[in-house]
Write a protein of this length. Structure first.
Length: 255
């Protein structure tokens, strides 16, 4: 082929390859209910996810259950977790400086393992029920509900490109749905305040290209107890993750 012809064809080939790599345009959703349902379906089908959560606000808590509650600033409270959604296992670290410098690690595998700065360097172990729900089931079930009234806001930039913005008002009953109806685990050494009268303003960002949850911000009004803002980001969807029980020499012997 003459050199001049090859020079003319090369840019065309490059343009075709670029178009092929970009794929088909995303079919954008406009109905907030459909966006919420799509996010629920995508999350329910996922095999794994990494979650980073932070809490901010001032609330009246009694962290040790002494009966003498006092306002506590939650700044610096964080949780970082890997969730294996296929095998219903979790590995998380947490830090709550306002709770007497509380920090620790939780592993949920064949049992629930917990170690904290209050309980020593080894994990305590708590048996799990024979059947347990996947870690995100409460959230996916909530997002799939057709009685919620989401509102679509302006699209926003996010780690996955461009995200839909949804706001969803929730009440105390919906807070239970977020945890799949589960109660606070007894192996957590923290007294949790009454949330029966709480209300929540939930803001979600959902990636337009994949309909994956990118992040969630929840402003929880606890009435006289205070107001808490929870910021959660979701990353590493469907990436390989291995979660195993801690080595035997890192576990306290059964009492």
């Amino acid at each position: 082929m003459p050199r001049t012809a090859s020079r003319a064809i090369a840019p065309l080939i490059a343009a075709l390859l670029l178009a092929a790599c970009q794929g088909q345009p995303v079919a954008l959703l406009t109905d907030p209910g459909q966006i919420l349902a799509a996010a629920a379906t995508t999350a329910a089908a996922a095999s794994s996810v990494h979650i980073d959560l932070s809490a901010d606000g001032t609330v009246a808590l009694d962290p040790l259950g002494t009966g003498a509650g006092a306002p506590i600033d939650l700044e610096g409270t964080i949780v970082n977790a890997d969730l294996d959604l296929q095998n219903a296992t979790t590995r998380a670290t947490f830090s709550a400086p306002a709770f007497i410098g509380l920090a620790g690690e939780v592993i949920v595998a064949d049992a629930a393992y917990l170690k904290t700065t209050l309980t020593g360097p080894k994990f305590s172990v708590t048996p799990l029920p024979a059947e347990r729900e996947p870690p995100l089931k409460g959230l996916t079930d909530l997002l799939a509900r057709t009685d919620l009234k989401p509102t679509k806001g302006a699209d926003a930039p996010c780690a996955g490109g461009t995200c839909y913005t949804l706001t969803v008002p929730l009440d105390a009953g919906d807070l239970g749905a977020l945890t799949g109806g589960a109660t606070i685990p007894t192996y957590l050494p923290i007294a949790i305040p009454d949330v029966s009268d709480a209300s929540v303003d939930l803001t979600l960002h959902v990636e337009q290209r994949t309909t994956r949850l990118a992040d969630a911000s929840a402003v929880v009004d606890l009435g006289d107890t205070g107001t808490v803002t929870l910021q959660t980001t979701f990353t590493k969807w469907n990436e390989a993750v291995q979660i195993a029980p801690p080595p035997a020499d890192q576990v306290q012997p059964a009492g």
